[in-house]
Write a protein that binds this ligand. Structure first.
Ligand code: GRF
Length: 202
């Protein structure tokens, strides 16, 4: 399974994926794409001798135009699986549909709760006693694709965004590699907007 990871920043999820993928002879991270040339994740990729591409948005470029260039960059890697790991751009419907069933995302909330940004703050502003992370297939609607795996963490009264985020990150780094392994072993797929593991609807 040729895995391509799309990032924007720190790349801690990318690191967790690179650290675990070696245990799986079926899987290989073949490339990393960032839209941000300063993403620390690019350095992590270089340290791991993984090819990278930086697709920087042009001024006044439309989303459709950018996504066309992105899709050309993606296809060069001939990926079987595209992993969004903190890729902070909304993808056009066309691009998502082009890779439907082979694109995953991780989101720092217990979806369907708290789609979009600032999830940790939203949880602190609520009465929620638990929070977490979700891995899901990507569909055109933002953070709405079928959920594959979630991990929960407790929310404490004295939590700040940072302490809560750190607890969630730890779980993200645990669950993303698990889902990627399922996919690379052919155990996971999406049909009619539902996720299936070993042919069981999740
Ligand atoms: C993570 O919180 C992920 O859930 C969200 O973006 C963040 C990426 O962090 N989609 P990193 O770049 O993997 O450290």
């Amino acid at each position: 399974c040729r895995i391509l990871v799309l990032i924007s920043g720190g790349g801690s999820n990318l690191q967790a994926i690179m650290d675990t993928v070696d245990d799986n002879p079926q899987a290989e991270v073949v490339g990393v794409i960032s839209h941000n040339p300063n993403a620390y994740g690019l350095i992590r990729a270089h340290i791991n001798e993984i090819n990278t591409s930086c697709i920087i948005p042009h001024q006044n470029e439309t989303r459709i135009e950018y996504d066309k260039r992105l899709s050309i960059a993606i296809d060069k890697y001939q990926p079987d699986l595209i992993v969004l790991a903190g890729f902070m751009r909304i993808l056009s419907d066309d691009l998502v549909l082009q890779y439907e069933g082979k694109m995953l995302n991780i989101h720092p909330s217990l979806l369907p709760k708290y789609t979009g940004l600032h999830t940790h703050q939203s949880v602190l502003d609520s009465d929620d006693k638990e929070h977490g992370a979700s891995v899901h297939f990507v569909i055109p609607k933002l953070d709405a694709g079928p959920v594959i795996l979630q991990a929960k963490v407790p929310v404490y009264e004295d939590d700040s965004v940072d302490t809560l985020a750190a607890r969630v990150y730890e779980q993200e780094h645990a669950i993303y590699p698990i889902v990627i392994k399922w996919f690379s072993l052919g155990r996971l797929n999406m049909r009619s907007n539902q996720a299936y593991l070993d042919d069981k609807c999740l």
